[in-house]
Design a protein around this ligand. Structure first.
Ligand SMILES: Nc1ncnc2c1ncn2[C@@H]1O[C@H](COP(=O)(O)OP(=O)(O)O)[C@@H](O)[C@H]1O
Ligand SMILES: [Mg+2]
Length: 285
């Protein structure tokens, strides 16, 4: 009788890897195109996000920002590479509802009130009526819509609808938020107000965030790190650590700060592929 084949031990998940909110390793995503042509939306992308950290993805259209977010959310599967969320495979994190998602379109159900929309994920996962109501009320207050709990989406402005979507994404107290241009459809003033609120909400909930945006000032204002992607194939060009203090302490005055403008121009230069002026805080990935 031959010796039983050695069964390899599963690699232990410990230390730093287990404590990361997001761990993307060597991830590529190739889409098969028409007539055999294929698009490499992402090519060997590596990225980690610490718990409570705010990381923005920025880059020209088509550089793979949405693809990367969808892969982390397990709405799509990498062609190669591995993604872990809180040390688990992305699929398990989705099943465990470890993250909330918000996209550019609020995506509210028009026949449900503000409260009803926010309660939806809780309802789908079997929370009782009283618990749902209480949680929705808490979140409605958090996003400053207390007077509108009974309103329907078409009675709200775009900014208010987006706040409802953010409240809904927070319903199950996720430790991670995945946001794809959530303020993209808003006017500039509303957008800045929403950014101030998001900073406050993140400080209150300690959630990690992966945030896709086209706006350089938005990325800088919100983030601990800004990840600059480049297209065809989609790759990480640079990662810039934003040294503007705790994100939770950032407020309206920061927008006028000289240091803020400095970081904005650093990101702009990275986007345009130039060496950043005084490459402070720029790391390999
Ligand atoms: N489902 C898909 N099928 C085929 N190609 C896709 C699909 N999704 C994205 N792509 C392609 O992958 C590239 C990256 O897209 P995307 O991640 O949406 O970019 P971004 O969000 O940065 O604008 C683009 O070239 C896009 O056309
Ligand atoms: Mg996109």
């Amino acid at each position: 009788m031959s010796a039983p084949e050695a069964i390899p031990e599963p690699a232990p998940v410990h230390g730093k890897a287990a404590s990361l909110a997001v761990d993307v390793r060597g991830v590529s995503r190739v889409f098969a195109g028409r007539k055999g042509a294929s698009v490499t939306a992402l090519d060997s992308v590596g990225l980690t996000v610490e718990p409570g950290e705010f990381v923005s993805l920025i880059g020209p259209s088509g550089c793979g920002k949405s693809t990367l977010l969808r892969l982390i959310a397990d709405l799509d599967t990498p062609t190669t590479g591995e993604i872990r969320v809180f040390g688990k495979p992305a699929r398990q994190a989705r099943i465990d509802q470890d993250y909330g998602i918000a996209f550019q379109q609020a995506g509210l159900l028009p026949w449900r009130t503000v409260s009803g929309n926010i309660e939806l994920p809780l309802e789908l996962h079997g929370a009782g009526r009283a618990a749902r109501r209480a949680r929705a009320a808490e979140l409605i207050e958090l996003v400053g819509l207390s007077e509108f709990a009974g309103h329907y989406p078409d009675q709200l402005s775009g900014g208010m609808q987006q706040r409802v979507a953010i409240a809904r994404s927070l319903a199950e107290s996720p430790s991670l938020l995945l946001m794809d241009e959530p303020f993209g459809a808003l006017d500039e003033m509303t957008r800045e107000r929403m950014q101030n609120e998001l900073v406050r909400i993140c400080a209150e909930t300690s959630a990690a965030v992966v945030f896709v945006t086209h706006s350089i000032p938005e990325a800088v204002f919100l983030s601990n790190r800004v990840v600059v992607l480049e297209p065809r194939p989609g790759r990480i060009r640079d990662v810039l650590r934003v040294g503007l203090g705790e994100t939770g302490a950032r407020g309206e005055t920061l927008r006028e700060d000289e240091e803020f403008f400095h970081v904005v121009s650093q990101v702009r230069e990275l986007l345009h592929g130039e060496a950043p002026a005084g490459a402070r805080g720029v790391e390999a990935r």
